[in-house]
Write a protein that binds this ligand. Structure first.
Ligand code: AMP
Length: 126
């Protein structure tokens, strides 16, 4: 069910629980700013999620309210994970869904990293 990305942060969302290690995840990478783990329902050969450690509902919330340090740390973590996974050549896709039109389901910012195979068109066309 897509979320309303304008709502306040919900500490009971599933990725908050993953950060608190209340539910399991397959860890890919972690640093001061970010945590990366395998998507439970992969949509490509490689499908990793990268989330900030801070309490941000979406890319919109994060880009408006996070500190410069948090933004730099998170963006570097996304790039690092893709490099560590060997995805830079022949390429990968980084994607953040924001709100209902994009189908965002979990109200904690996450960047999807897709790779390991040709990914098809950028967006579904009618
Ligand atoms: P989005 O639609 O952009 O909000 O993406 C949410 C993603 O979270 C989906 O790709 C789900 O497969 C993934 N997901 C949901 N629950 C878990 C979980 N417990 N562990 C790993 N990935 C999850």
């Amino acid at each position: 069910m897509p979320i309303d990305a304008t709502k306040p942060y919900d500490d009971d969302n599933i990725f908050a629980k993953i950060l608190r290690e209340e539910i399991p995840s397959t860890k890919v990478y972690e640093d001061e700013w970010a945590y990366a783990f395998e998507d439970i329902n992969p949509q490509a050969e490689n499908h990793t999620l990268v989330i900030p450690k801070g309490r941000y509902v979406s890319w919109d919330d994060f880009s408006a309210s996070a500190s410069a340090e948090e933004i730099a740390g998170f963006v570097r973590a996304v790039g690092h994970v893709a490099r560590e996974k060997g995805l830079v050549e022949p390429g990968y896709r980084a994607l953040a869904n924001v709100g209902p039109h994009a189908g965002q389901e979990v109200p904690h910012l996450h960047v999807h990293i897709f790779g390991g195979e040709p990914l098809g068109p950028m967006i579904w066309k009618r």
